[in-house]
Each structure stands twice: as C-alpha cells, then as structure tokens.
Design a binder for this molecule. Structure first.
Ligand SMILES: Cc1ncc(C[n+]2csc(CCOP(=O)(O)OP(=O)(O)O)c2C)c(N)n1
Ligand SMILES: [Mg+2]
Length: 582
C-alpha cells in the first residue's frame, strides 16, 4: 500500500521536473522522507539530478551554485525545524543576487503545530521578505492526488522563482520561493510508482519595451558594469561611445572600451571629474569610487535593473529602467560627434592601460633588484650573456614567493572561456578586479550580500552543473581567503556516491582576515585587540583537512609551483594552498 505522503511527493517532483527543474538538493530527515525517497527514484529514472548533503547550509549554497550556472531554479528539500533555517544564508544571497531557487520544506500538519511538538516551528514566512512567494500546503489525505492542482502549484513556483507569473507576464525579480508542505503519518511508503513525464518547461517572457536612451557626447557618459551585468553592458558602452568600467564578475570585462585601473581614473578630476552621466548595469560592490561618483551632484544616473531584489541606487535619485536601447540616430556614434566620442573613450582606455603597466613594473621592481631587467645596464654584453642573464632572472622570479597580485594574475592567465572562476569575498576578488585585463571568462561571486559563507558549496554547484551540461567544460577554480575556506569547510564533505566535482579550491592563506588590516581604525586601535577580534588568527593544518575529506592537496609556495598546480590534471577536487604574508 502506498501512502498519501508518497503519492503527493511523487506528483510534486514529477510536476517540478515537467516544469523544467533539473537539480534537487536534499538532506536527510524524517518529515521529508517521502520527498527524499521520491527524488532518489526520479534520479534513477534519469528525470532529475539529486545531490545529497548532510548540512542544509551547504545544501542551500550548492543549490544556489547549480542555479547560478544553469539559470534554472534548483529545488532544495529539507526536513522541519532548524533544518529550514540553515538555508537562510543561501536564500538571502539568492534574493539579493536574483538567483532562482525553490525551497521545499517539510512540516508537521496543522493539528501538530503550536503545541510544542518536537522539531516544529513556524516555517511559512521564516525567510520573511527574502522570498516573494510562499505556499503552505495542507498535509495530503488519503484518496487520489489532485495532479492538476499539484502541477499548477509547481508551475507557479517555477515561474515565480524565474521572476514572472505562471502566465509568463512580468512580475517581480528572480529569486527564492518557499513551498512548505505538511506531511501526516505514515510519512512514506516503500512502494513508488512514478507518474509519466509530461515535460512543459515554464518560460518567462523576455522583458518588453526597453526604454530608448537618448545619447550624445554631452553629457559625458560612462558605463559601469557591476556584478552579473552581462554582455549587454559592453554592447551598450560601444553603442554609446562611452568608456566601460567593468568589475571582474560583471560578465562584461572585455571589448575595446574597457578601462583598466578604473579606481585611479575615477578619482582623477580630469576623468571621473568630467563624467556627467553614468549608465549602470549589474550590481557594483567592489570599489568606493563608484558609489561616490553616483552620489556626486551634477551626475545623471541611469540604472538598468539587475536580477537582484533591489535596484542599485546609492544616491536614491537614479532613473531606474528595465533596459536601455541606444537611440543611434540621436547618438554621436556615426554622426558629427564621432571624433569627440573617440577621444573621450580613447583617453580613458589608453591612460588606464598605461597606469596598469606602470603599477606592474613597480611591483616587479619591488620584487627584487634587476627583476625588471632595467636596473643594470646591458652595454658591452654579448647577446648570449644577455640571454643567460634573462633566463637566470626568469628562474629567480619563478622561485619567488607568491604575492596576492601574482596569485590573481596566475589564476586569470590559466583560465579560459570553457573554465569557470568563482571568487570569494574579501581581498583577493578586489586584487583581481584591480589588475586583470579583459578576457571572456565566466566569473561568479556571491555579491548579493558578499558573505564569506557558502563559497565552497556555491563553487561545487557551478562545477557540477557545468561538467554535466557542457561536454567542453573545463575546470572550476574558486579563489578564497583562509577564513572563507574555514567558514565553509563542511562543504568539502562529499558523501559516498556523490559526484565529485572538477574543482580546484585555491586558498590564499595569510593566517586570518587581513582585509581588516586596511580598516582606518587599525592605525589607532590596539594591535593585540585588532588581531584577536578582527584578524582572528588560526593555525589550521589545511593539508590535514584535505586528507580528512579525501581531497587532493598541493602546496604552491612559489610562482612556478603555482603555475604547475593550476594546470595539473587531478582526479576529483583538489585544495591548492598558497601561503601569503600578512
Ligand atoms: C558570513 C560573513 N561573516 C563575516 C563577514 C565579514 N568578513 C568580510 S571579509 C572577512 C575575512 C575574510 O578573511 P579571509 O577569507 O582569510 O580573506 P583575507 O581578507 O585574509 O584575504 C570577514 C570575516 C562576511 N563578509 N560574511
Ligand atoms: Mg586571510
């Protein structure tokens, strides 16, 4: 005999799969058993991919990574009680960064709520305003399941997560939703017969009626591409004849209008000081210069709404639009003002490039005498002697310890469009943002709330989805600080039978949180107190962690070792530790 719980769970998962869901993340639990066991059957039938994690916090971020890579809502199933609350960090990040996710939380039936029953709290609404759609489904009773009703519910959940309603019209932004489902005893039955598949993926209609933006060289315009801006930002910069400031995880860091060393230029009266209009795509978070430009008087701000819940508008005065379409007829591009546009863009691009080169040279020079090959004169040497000297210096350079800059450069150098790069919060993402040149690499970072939590799990999701869906997919590399790794170290746990991701976790280990050394208060506060409560030192043996979790481990202390470690072939996930000085 089958139970109403199992019948309902089978119908719900079939409906979610039919609506386009591909990934289900779940953690073990009693109240959720019907859903978990049904999910296992759907995986055997090849209708869903199932990922099992014991820690729901890991599971939540894994679901976030899977959805960030696929663009399809992932489902995460939990049992009742604190299990649901462990999803909160990932739900908040998904809300603020606009990643679609469906939380299916199992609950007690109504007669067992509010009376102190074990493992029972108020689950619907637990995530407050972070979820835009919540349904509390009464426990299924005996009798046939109303498949049509379940199907409608599942389609609504998928459509809401994708930011439209089930009819495809525009609603709110993409993000997490919660389906709270009550189950009554018997909580499941062993017998499972899967409903037939009727795939009908939910598609949300694309944005309509983009507003045309009239452009000309005056006002002097700058395009800013924050996190997840996408290639539209690059195209808009070209169409507008505007310089492009593109953060490293913008997905728009390429093209002829890309500006290097943008922080210094934005600070400069001759560059940032002349900007009269800014068009913002995505969610900028990495510099103080961008918000300060957007809040400066006399700067018109146009914000193209990003995927996340809130439009980026630090000055609270932006014109927020759904899209921009450059009105080429009135734009200077191709018209009489073409030369003025080219001069405006050209100055930004060339000066930025020169600044970057100068910085690189000064770092090389600081690295040691003669490192840049200019400190000693070469007059009177034979060509062979010069060549030998050059090689000696190259070898010396390769034996040098890795700096943050060298780490950022190496990671960018070895990554290509078929790879994935994930950047943790803190110093290293800023290092990349300051120095790496344009290149079309898919870069992800949890910039919705810029937490140091869940980074390993998010990267695992991106690795698993990319290696499953894209036969040409390369390696996923995630760059994290040591505290960021330790915060999410539990996500290194891959149970038996779980797919092992093609993942390199590259950890820059400086013994604590060195980002806080840059706080203004560090100059005046007690160094002991700063170290204890902000730097938070540790001496964790990361190689032992790797062994404990069954990961490979490589220490890369020199640049040569790092280059080698990043391009080596590994069987499964690897932890690459790069010692950095505080
Ligand atoms: C969940 C969460 N807790 C706390 C913070 C505040 N925070 C930002 S960076 C950081 C330290 C990061 O240290 P590490 O990963 O070692 O990077 P480093 O700055 O040393 O390169 C902390 C605690 C945060 N962003 N997210
Ligand atoms: Mg650190």
């Amino acid at each position: 005999m089958t139970s109403p719980s199992t019948e309902y769970a089978l119908s719900l998962l079939a409906s979610l799969a039919d609506a386009g869901v591909r990934d289900v993340v779940l953690s073990p639990g009693s109240r959720s058993q019907a859903l978990a066991l049904a999910a296992a059957e759907f995986e055997i039938a090849g209708r869903l991919s199932v990922h099992v994690r014991i820690d729901e916090r890991s599971g939540g971020f894994l679901a976030l990574g899977l959805a960030a890579e696929t663009g399809v809502p992932s489902v995460v199933i939990t049992t009742s009680g604190t299990a649901v609350a462990n999803l909160h960090p990932a739900v908040l990040e998904a809300h603020h960064s606009g990643v679609p996710m469906i939380v299916v939380s199992a609950d007690r039936p109504s007669e067992m709520r509010g009376i102190g029953s074990n493992q029972t709290t108020v689950q619907p609404g637990l995530f407050a305003s972070a979820v835009g759609w919540v349904r509390d489904v009464e426990a299924p009773r005996s009798g046939p399941v109303d498949h049509e009703a379940v199907r409608t519910l599942a389609r609504e959940a998928v459509a809401e997560a994708l930011g439209g309603d089930s009819h495809g019209a525009l609603g709110r932004s993409r993000g997490p939703v919660q389906l709270n489902v009550a189950f009554r005893e018997p909580l499941s039955s062993g017998e499972q017969s899967l409903p037939a598949a009727h795939p009908a993926p939910v598609e949300v209609a694309p944005l309509v009626a983009p507003s045309a933006l009239e452009v000309d060289v005056d006002p002097a315009t700058l395009v800013v591409a924050g996190h997840a801006a996408g290639p539209e930002a690059e195209a808009a910069a070209r169409a507008l004849g505007a310089p492009l400031v593109a953060e490293v995880s913008s997905g728009a860091r390429f093209g002829p209008h890309l500006v290097s060393s943008y922080r210094a230029l934005l600070d400069d009266a001759d560059f940032g000081g002349r900007v009269r209009r800014v068009v913002v795509f995505g969610h900028p978070t990495l510099s103080r210069q961008i918000p300060s430009l957007l809040t400066r008087g006399g700067v018109e701000v146009v914000v193209v709404r990003a995927a996340g819940a809130e439009a980026y508008d630090p000055g609270r005065s932006a014109r927020v639009v759904e899209a921009v379409e450059v009105d080429r007829a009135s734009s200077g591009v191709g018209s009489t003002d073409d030369a003025a546009h080219r001069t405006w863009v050209g100055r930004w691009v060339h000066t930025g490039r020169r600044l970057l080169e100068a910085e690189a040279e000064s770092e090389d020079a600081a690295d040691g005498p003669g490192a840049d090959g200019t400190a000693e004169g070469s007059a009177g040497r034979t060509e062979a002697a010069e060549q030998a000297e050059f090689l000696r210096r190259e070898v010396q350079l390769l034996r040098r310890p890795v700096t943050r800059r060298a780490l950022a450069e190496a990671l960018w150098r070895v990554s290509w469009p078929h790879d994935r790069l994930v950047l943790g919060a803190s110093r290293l993402i800023r290092e990349l943002d300051q120095i790496v040149p344009g290149k079309k690499i898919p870069v992800h970072a949890n910039r919705g709330l810029a937490g140091i939590d869940g980074t390993i799990a998010t990267a695992t999701g991106i690795a698993l989805a990319s290696q499953r869906d894209d036969p040409a997919a390369g390696t996923t590399r995630v760059l994290v600080g040591d505290l960021t790794l330790l915060h999410d170290v539990g996500s290194m746990l891959l149970g038996l039978g779980e797919t092992r991701p093609r993942l390199q976790v590259v950890v820059g280990n400086d013994g604590g949180g060195t980002i806080f050394d840059g706080l203004e208060v560090a100059a005046t506060a007690s160094p002991e107190a700063m170290t204890r409560v902000q730097f938070t030192p540790h001496e964790v043996d990361l190689s032992a962690l790797a062994v404990a979790y069954g990961w490979q481990y490589v220490e890369a202390a020199t640049r040569a070792e790092l280059d080698q470690a990043l391009v080596a072939r590994y069987d499964g996930p690897v932890l690459i530790e790069v010692p950095l000085s505080r």
